[in-house]
Design a protein around this ligand. Structure first.
Ligand code: PLP
Length: 364
């Protein structure tokens, strides 16, 4: 079989999700589709109960714990249904009908999380940046007494904002980290639940990582359908039913790569460098303007606009000509969004910045 040369054919991938994966991960993942670890079988055609896949699941769980320094009070799960299913599963599993949970609304995904949690308890939206189309992270808010948990969206994929300091509170946190999991170190001990759809910063679409503190479970009065109960999956090491074998395998490979790169602290440095190069160009090029408040700018998704909207199409064409794909902004923000996740090499960011500079010269 000819080897797969991902690097040589790759464009610069700025898509928000599903999104860029490390080139060595794609190569190994492609190989495993044909022949998984010399078994003479594809990873797509073996039992999820085989020793070979059980080892993959174990490594994926152990690597998550190692990378984020997670102790045994927590379980790691790889579920299906997307981050969107966690909007309700979190509340269903830990919030009683008569209890209160607080939510900070920082965008589209927070709004959806709030809507779904309302099926299961008293949900208070204690702060929101909806007044300015979510271009900042609210920092001043009072959390009522007896709040069961505070839910945040750590990185707002669409609007390009990110918490750089987690809220200071003793109330346990629940966080949607879909678009910034593993982008930096976090203190997991402050969270009851962390969830992340894999397809932004971790792997392909099809699995959602859930990190859950075991002692917060089993305390609600309601009956929970078997598949929606975290404890079902914890008891069966995330293999109660057929897990999404291939997405989990690719996540595991990404975590191997993360460890080789020096772990999440090294990744944070790398991400800060990349973000600085891009935001510096956005700020210094008179044609462009950043969307998010400077202190809340995301390391993962940079949102920006052209001061002259008439040039939008020409700029996108210039990006495409240079092989920079996926730079078009989300419809609810307009302009442009460059997603620069963990796997994005600094050279790709530099290529986009070069396009912006050249665009400034020819259209300024
Ligand atoms: C993409 C995204 C989601 C939705 O994920 P699905 O897996 O499509 O349900 C939720 N939250 C955030 C922050 C996201 O970026």
């Amino acid at each position: 079989m000819s080897s797969i040369m991902v690097d040589k054919m790759k464009k610069h991938n700025f898509f928000a999700g599903p999104a860029i994966l490390p080139a060595p991960v794609l190569e190994q993942a492609a190989q495993a589709v044909v022949d998984f670890e010399g078994m003479g079988l594809s990873i797509l055609e073996i039992s999820h109960r085989s020793a070979q896949f059980t080892a993959v699941m174990e490594e994926a769980m152990a690597s998550t714990k190692e990378l984020l320094n997670i102790n045994d009070d927590y379980a790691v799960l790889f579920l299906t249904g997307g981050a969107s299913s966690q909007f309700y599963m979190t509340a269903m599993n830990i919030l009683n009908e008569d209890e209160t949970a607080c939510y900070v609304n920082t965008g589209t995904w927070s709004t959806k999380a709030i809507k779904e949690a309302k099926f299961f308890g008293n949900i208070e939206e204690i702060a929101s940046s909806a007044d300015t189309n979510f271009n900042y992270i609210p920092k001043e808010f009072a959390i009522p007494e007896n709040t069961k948990y505070l839910h945040i969206t750590s990185n707002n994929t669409i609007f390009g904002t990110q918490y750089h300091q987690m809220p200071t509170t003793n109330v346990p946190l629940v966080a949607d980290m879909s678009s910034d999991i593993f982008c930096r170190p976090i203190d997991v001990s402050r969270y009851s639940v962390i969830y992340a759809g894999a397809q932004k910063n971790l792997g392909p679409a099809g699995t959602t990582m859930v990190i859950v503190r075991k002692d917060v479970l089993g305390k609600v009065n309601r009956a929970i359908p078997t598949m929606l109960d975290y404890n079902t999956h914890i008891k069966k090491d995330s293999s109660f039913n057929t897990p999404p074998v291939y997405p989990i395998y690719v996540c595991m490979l990404t975590m191997r790569w993360l460890k080789q790169m020096g772990g999440v602290a090294a990744m944070e440095q790398h991400n800060k460098e990349k973000a600085a190069i891009l935001y510096n160009e956005i700020d210094s090029n008179p044609l462009f303007k950043g969307v998010a408040a400077k202190e809340d700018r995301s390391l993962m998704n940079a949102t920006f606009v052209l001061n002259n909207d008439d040039l939008n199409e020409a700029f996108l064409n210039a990006c495409t000509d240079a092989g920079c794909m996926g730079v078009k902004g989300h419809r609810s923000v307009g302009g442009f969004r460059a997603s620069i996740y963990n796997a994005m090499p600094i050279e790709s960011v530099q290529t986009l910045v070069d396009v912006m500079k050249e665009f400034g010269r020819t259209h300024g």
